[in-house]
Design a binder for this molecule. Structure first.
Ligand SMILES: [Fe+2]
Length: 300
């Protein structure tokens, strides 16, 4: 059956409040590798305290890990950024020896342009040249972790039409071992903000490439942020998974024949004691949906 996982955030409150959930409700852990490093005195990347803490947790619970970064910058190839990326991948190679990542993914987009870190991935032009850059990045990641992937991202402007993205992803993911991480809340958020039907996007998407699904929640933006007062849906990972995302998830699961994991994402700084029962219930709901699908498949 498809395992259910949870993101581990490098925050003491997060891991302490969710300790019981982390130990007993999930089959694997997802970590952002770069959040587990710090710069050493010679400029090299060293494990931070959470690196050691999560490694010890994995030893204790015998749960596997998957790596899901945000800052490698899949879609840019600036000379000013090459040394940084080389040192990240060297650190990742060391981490992989310890964590034995099942797969390694990052976001579709650019988080570094001409050496400037952008924090959140910016959208890419959806053309053959950009697809080639992302594919070369995946190939570099694949020399460390054999199964790699890219996640459909949330952007608040696009260089193209939103329904072009499935074709762009198809062009990127043309080689064995290169997979799609389908974030259902990201798709839902894009559909709300750009005004398209998520089913139209899914119809165009090669779901046989999906290795992992992300579930999460978000909130509407503050109307005061934009002069127009327009409210956008935010991919803020700080609230319950919305019903619309659950409905899409239940429809998608049977169509993702190579699905290897379903991960619930929650941002650090957004979990209080009151949120813990809801997070537990969401993990159980995700498990019930994949179980129901497995039963249907067995009896077919
Ligand atoms: Fe995600």
């Amino acid at each position: 059956m498809v395992p259910v996982g949870l993101t581990l955030q490098p925050e003491v409150e997060f891991v302490e409040l969710l300790d019981e959930v982390i130990r007993h409700e999930v089959d694997y852990y997802e970590v952002a590798p770069e959040t587990l490093w710090r710069a050493g005195s010679d400029g090299s990347l060293e494990p931070n305290g959470f690196h050691r803490r999560f490694a010890a947790l994995g030893e204790e619970t015998r749960r596997p890990f998957v790596a899901h970064g945000v800052g490698l910058s899949m879609g840019s190839d600036c000379p000013a950024d090459r040394a940084r990326r080389k040192s990240w991948l060297a650190r990742l190679r060391q981490d992989h020896r310890q964590f034995r990542f099942r797969w390694y993914t990052d976001h579709l987009g650019a988080t570094s342009l001409d050496g400037l870190a952008l924090t959140l991935p910016l959208p890419l032009p959806m053309n053959a040249q950009a697809a080639g850059v992302v594919r070369r990045r995946l190939a570099a990641m694949q020399r460390i972790v054999p199964h790699v992937g890219v996640e459909n991202n949330v952007a608040y402007f696009l260089l193209g039409e939103p329904l072009e993205e499935p074709g762009f992803l198809r062009a990127i993911l043309s080689r064995p071992g290169m997979h799609l991480l389908l974030d259902v809340h990201n798709l839902y958020t894009m559909a709300v903000n750009f005004g398209f039907d998520p089913e139209d996007y899914l119809e165009r998407l090669d779901l046989s490439r999906v290795i992992e699904i992300h579930l999460s929640g978000g909130k509407p933006s503050d109307p005061a942020w934009l002069p127009s007062g327009r409210v956008m849906r935010l991919d803020s990972h700080d609230a319950a998974v919305p019903d619309e995302v659950w409905a899409l998830f239940a429809k998608i699961v049977p169509r993702c024949r190579r699905l290897k994991g379903v991960t619930l994402e929650r941002m650090e700084g957004t979990v209080t004691r009151d949120d813990v029962p809801q997070i537990r219930a969401e993990l159980r709901r995700a498990r019930a949906i994949v179980e129901r699908h497995a039963q249907v498949r067995r009896s077919a």
